[in-house]
Write a protein that binds this ligand. Structure first.
Ligand code: DP6
Length: 319
């Protein structure tokens, strides 16, 4: 039996819109969510490759997962069959672990495909007697399974452009993160479908350039300690992604009334305190908040006075 773990990641510059083999139409930048991870196990079995894990994946998701395993097996002409299991975990503040929901905008496809890729390469190493390939190669193979998974190989910050994802050094390299869960049910439109639909939006014109400009400005802001600028750029960026969704044909979106309410509370918080978190969203209704290490009191103040206890919140502190 082989096992591997890989973390989730949250993009501040979003991967939205893709070409063949999950090559992104624009650059993206992500922060690794080390405490949200997927563990994948592979066991030899007879007859055929199959998903036997307990995660409530729909048949399409299971098929995608199995196909990715087959893709890697083919590289090595491996004729063995595997039973795949996976489980999403979250390390809680007290060090114990719980689960996190899949398909709810926590990029669990990133952590699960990255873990499946790592695990399959390990199995190939043992069974076929081949060396485990370098992380760059593993990342690019993982991208074929699910684009955003190629970023989960590089922590804490990853820059992904075209076929290459790589670690990037940024001065602010440790953050506290919260995920405010508005709805933990699987989304109706998968991110893969969203990538296809957004190509119908007129706003795709200029998207590449907007992402490049924001990347440049965001890196400068984070490296120069200009937190408020960073927040503004990230705010523009996730609204840009939401605008792509809403201007597609047919239009779609993930925001719910409670999502908007939380985002407005975040804005009010900044206006009233002159400081606050970076907010961002994925293809889902939930809101991610990122804080600097020196903002712990501010963060407690926010949760006590602004977003009151109606939501569950998955938090990741630095141990
Ligand atoms: C909205 O990586 O899930 O989370 O390549 O089709 O598997 P596929 O898509 P996926 O897309 C993630 C999109 C996003 C933004 C991001 O993570 O950059």
């Amino acid at each position: 039996m082989w096992t591997a773990k890989a973390p989730a990641n949250i993009a501040l510059i979003k991967y939205m819109g893709k070409k063949a083999h999950n090559i992104p139409r624009n650059v993206s930048l992500s922060y690794t969510l080390d405490k949200f991870y997927t563990e994948v196990s592979l066991e030899l079995t007879s007859q055929c490759d199959k998903y036997v894990g307990k995660e409530p994946l729909n048949p399409e998701a299971k098929k995608r997962f199995v196909n990715h395993l087959k893709y890697i097996k083919k590289i090595y002409n491996c004729e063995d069959f595997f039973a795949i299991s996976s489980a999403n975990h979250q390390i809680l503040e007290d060090g114990s672990s719980g689960n996190f929901p899949h398909s709810a905008g926590i990029a669990s496809s990133a952590s699960s495909f990255a873990a499946l890729t790592m695990c399959t390469f390990e199995a190939m190493g043992d069974l076929m007697g081949v060396p485990i390939p370098p992380v760059e190669f593993q990342s690019s193979v993982s991208r074929i399974g699910s684009g955003s998974s190629c970023r989960s190989f590089f922590s804490p910050w990853c820059l992904w452009r075209d076929k290459k994802a790589e670690k990037i050094s940024i001065k602010i390299d440790k953050l506290l993160t919260d995920l405010i869960i508005v709805d933990d049910q699987p989304k109706k439109i998968s991110s893969s479908k969203a990538h296809a639909l957004v190509s119908s939006s007129l706003l795709m014109d200029g998207r590449e350039k907007r992402a490049e400009i924001r990347l440049k400005n965001l890196l400068a802001a984070l490296n120069n300690g200009q937190w408020e600028n960073a927040r503004q750029i990230c705010w523009e960026e996730f609204w840009d992604m939401n605008a792509l969704f809403e201007t597609s044909f047919p239009s779609f979106g993930y925001t719910q009334p409670e999502t908007i309410r939380i985002l407005m509370e975040v804005r009010k918080f900044w206006q009233q305190n002159g400081d606050g978190p970076i907010a961002t969203m994925d293809a889902g209704p939930n809101v991610h908040l990122l804080w600097q290490l020196g903002q712990t009191d501010l963060r407690s103040f926010f949760f006590r006075n602004y977003v009151l206890g109606n939501f569950s919140c998955l938090s990741q502190s630095i141990a």
